[in-house]
Design a protein around this ligand. Structure first.
Ligand code: ZN
Ligand code: ZN
Length: 510
């Protein structure tokens, strides 16, 4: 009869043949060493430790191990059940612990004694505090809108040590089952989800909690929120991002006097695309700071027209995330007073920052060109035809940042068209690979760019105004649905830029 009490012993009869397997099984599985515990003897099956070798993975006697664990001192149900976490999917550790306690009491016909809860020698009652910890975590972000979170726990080192000692004292593998930290993480995490209605996200949650049980501290980190859009810059002499005055290093002062260069503003230019847009987003999202990420940048004196330039505004520690992108767009456009316009605003993932900065882009430019001598329409047409589709060699222009290494680069001028306005003036449009210097393509930069419009015409040519008409992904549009939040904006608002890049010949994505 005793055989049938313990399922693990059911195959006693077959075991004899496999001496070698038994030996292996015992040494491989420290948990199987329950025979050196006197408690193991009460089944009156001396063979108990030897007979579990018929299966490839012998099951240790669960009840014997549970008795050994209980003999170490007062345990809560979590800590009793956790060494068995790999058994019986669908149970919580506290349910395993409670079940074992019941099973041992029944098997031994002992009085049932409930778990030690707060007096547990292993966890010192930390599982009694999970509700409180979850409440405190939720309180820490009560003013913040979030729908995803992640929990990390710092368990007292002593408790982690106890967790291993418990298993060792009971003859188990010190890593058997699940570590304390993992269970605590899950239990608190589950309750935070219940309290806040948010969901766990292991990738990049809106909020990350760190529960330091030892220091009795709950920390919450609120990750930034992101808005994508395209901007047009309709006035010249506006840089893309803040441009601090170099004479006063942005302080606005030189000694005790206001800085002459910037009139004490601290900025070389009073406004930027960033300053005309990002503060509105920061304000609406109730963040603490914001950063403007552009897909490249045009010259300060160039306009950005046409379909605009992709950008992402990142807001730190936002209290609001689910903002109305269309309304935000209108707010920004009102704030920027026609100097800058944004469109296609959508809430996006943080991964859009990298895409905007890294995606290979082509650009369309319109240059107003002035000639040093008269040029005929035919000459211009011939020169432009030569540039159309040409590979241009450009030695780093003098005007470019001197920290950048000087070298000769080749860039393709995919498409070049020109129209003469009078003998001394023309409008030239260029669709070029990212990094093609347009002013030098026109002027030749004293021979450093070849071929060039000036070189082909044999006439000095200079760009008097340069505007960007479009910034487009070379192989695919910037705007791919995978980068946008589902509730970021109603579908079909026509924000895609893929309308006029058919000449790239590769508009095959979506
Ligand atoms: Zn415990
Ligand atoms: Zn200054």
């Amino acid at each position: 009869m005793t055989d049938s009490d313990a399922p693990a012993d059911a195959s006693v009869a077959d075991a004899d043949a496999d001496e070698a397997v038994d030996a292996d099984a015992d040494t491989d599985e420290p948990a199987g060493g329950d025979t050196d515990e006197p408690a193991g003897g009460d089944t009156d099956e001396p063979a108990g430790g030897d007979t579990d070798g018929t299966d490839a993975t012998p099951a240790p006697d669960v009840l014997d191990t549970a008795r050994a664990l209980l003999a170490t001192g007062p345990l809560c149900d979590h800590c009793l059940g956790r060494p068995f976490a790999e058994r019986s999917f669908g149970l919580g550790n506290h349910e395993r612990g409670h079940g074992l306690r019941v099973a041992v009491a029944l098997a031994d016909d002992d009085d049932f004694r409930p778990g030690a809860a707060g007096d547990c020698w292993v966890c010192e009652g930390v599982f009694e505090r999970v509700d409180e910890l979850a409440e405190r975590a939720a309180d820490a972000v009560a003013d913040y809108e979030f729908s995803t979170y992640q929990v990390g726990t710092r368990v007292p080192p002593l408790a982690e040590e106890n967790d291993r000692l418990l298993r060792e004292d009971a003859g188990m593998d010190p890593d058997a089952g699940e570590p304390l930290r993992k269970e605590l993480n899950r239990e608190v995490g589950k309750r935070i989800g219940q309290v806040t209605g948010a969901e766990v996200d292991f990738e990049r949650p809106h909020v990350q909690f760190l529960l330091d049980v030892d220091a009795d501290r709950v920390e919450a980190t609120v990750n930034s929120a992101h808005v994508y859009g395209r901007y047009r810059k309709l006035e010249r002499d506006i840089p893309q991002t803040e441009w601090p005055c170099s004479d006063c290093r942005g302080s606005g002062r030189q000694g005790r006097e206001p800085c002459d260069t910037c009139d004490g503003s601290g900025y070389l230019y009073p406004e930027s695309v960033e300053q005309l847009t990002a503060p509105v987003v920061e304000d609406v999202m109730e963040g603490v700071d914001s950063t403007f990420h552009g897909a490249g940048r045009e010259d300060v004196d160039a306009l950005m027209l046409g379909t605009g330039r992709p950008f992402v505004i990142e807001v730190d520690e936002p209290r609001r995330r689910a903002v109305d992108a269309e309304r935000l767009e209108a707010d920004i456009n009102a704030f920027a007073e026609g100097k800058v316009e944004v469109e296609g605003l959508r809430l996006c993932e943080h991964t859009m920052v990298e895409r905007v900065k890294e995606l290979n882009a082509t650009k369309r430019y319109r240059a107003q060109v002035e000639f040093g001598a008269d040029v005929s329409a035919d000459d211009l047409a011939d020169a432009v035809a030569d540039l159309d589709g040409a590979t241009i060699e450009q030695y780093t222009p003098n005007r470019v940042d001197h920290r950048r290494a000087a070298k000769t680069r080749t860039r393709v001028a995919h498409e070049v068209t020109g129209e003469l306005e009078d003998a001394r003036h023309a409008t030239v449009e260029v669709h070029g690979a990212g990094g093609l210097y347009i002013k030098e393509l026109i002027s030749g930069d004293e021979g450093r760019t070849d071929p060039s419009l000036a070189g082909l015409l044999g006439v000095d040519s200079e760009v008097t105004a340069l505007d960007v008409l479009a910034v487009e992904g070379r192989d695919e549009p910037f705007e791919h649905s995978g980068f946008f939040l589902k509730d970021g904006r109603a579908d079909g608002d026509g924000g895609e830029t893929g309308d006029d890049d058919s000449d790239d010949g590769n508009g095959d994505e979506e």
